[in-house]
Design a protein around this ligand. Sequence first.
Ligand code: ARG
Length: 446
Amino acid sequence: MAKKLWEKNITVNPEIERFTVGRDIEMDLFLAPYDVLGSIAHSTMLQSINLLTKEEMDELHRELREIYAIAERGEFTIEEGVEDVHSQVELMLTRKLGDTGKKIHSGRSRNDQVLVDLKLYTRNQLKLICDGVKGLFDSLIAQSNRYKNVLMPGYTHLQVAMPSSFGLWFGAYAEGLTDDMLFLQAAYRMCNRNPLGSAAGYGSSFPLNRTMTTELLGFDSMNYNVVYAQMGRGKSERNVAYALASVAGTLAKLAFDACMFNSQNFGFVKLPAECTTGSSIMPHKKNPDVFELLRAKCNRLQALPTDIIMIMNNLPSGYFRDLQIIKELFIPAVNELKECIKMATYIIQRMEVNENILDDPRYDAMFSVEEVNRLASAGMPFRDAYKKVGLDIEAGTFVPDKKISHTHEGSIGNLCNDCIEQLMDEIYSGFGFEKAEKAENALLKR
Ligand code: ARG
């Protein structure tokens, strides 16, 4: 049996084959369960328009669910000489079911197959990423609440500036994640539209029922225009990449702060010993390698949208093999971000802060504005108070009053963490993950 779906009477040069297949085998393994889901929906629809009998459809569904279980157990493989996941699934069906297996490709192309696979894959991965982000968010809020009364210096120009607190510091990154979550949601919604039925990118002369596959797969709508559906290849991944880059940006900044605040010259935070690494020569070292790697990985992840754009934005409409390469950028990046979120959460939960930072007189000057404000509240014109405190500091006679009172929204004494949590809850519940989950379970009869 020919292993290429398109092989007729010529055999491909093995070097050409190696080059064109590239890393596709490795990447397509991530798509296998979704290729099966798409095929269950597609074959259901083919039966509804009489291109398959009920018996043929049932047989296909039985085999497809079997293949899904194989993929779930991590046992799905793409055989030597088989080009991609789509070919492998069709080969398995045809081996088992003969002609019935050969009927499943009516009205579709690998172009819309890979589109739908990627959308289902992305939808599921975004759910995992959102759950990860939510877990990190909860840990940051918990730390913010736990240390809300512990002051630390705030910096501008990396010069000691104003009083800040660990409540503010942890909480700031939590609130940052709410914006990232909104980006993830926009990406999810744009992704959650059905491209199946666009076939090679121009539709089909079979009377396909695309509304049916849209509902079966739990998409919010279809990508209506078949040419636009094909144009979504790359664009959808790029949209998601923007959202991933946004999360990565938040993590990279957090990681930099953590490395810096962990240094002996700051001594603001302590990382759990099991989260640090040693030196081969300096016996005293406990290095924050986890945060350093997080920073590098997350900085690199911020290049992902650009990497994808370089491949897809310079193409005209219609399918091109160029698009295959996007999988090699996208899939590993998704995995990398999940890992980074997991590590960041683990270490943030275990991070301890130094509650006595302000005993060190080098931070006394951060109370200068507090003193100016006190004098101004007592009637001295602000500019005169500013000058007096400045001169006192110069003369070494400034005595800081470290009992401060910041009460407005979002300040040290009024973090508004409950409002930030509410914001996150609202955004998270706006995804509608349940709809997709329910549809997939129904296709699998679970
Ligand atoms: N591996 C291919 C990709 O990712 C699948 C689609 C192949 N289509 C084609 N016309 N060669 O793009």
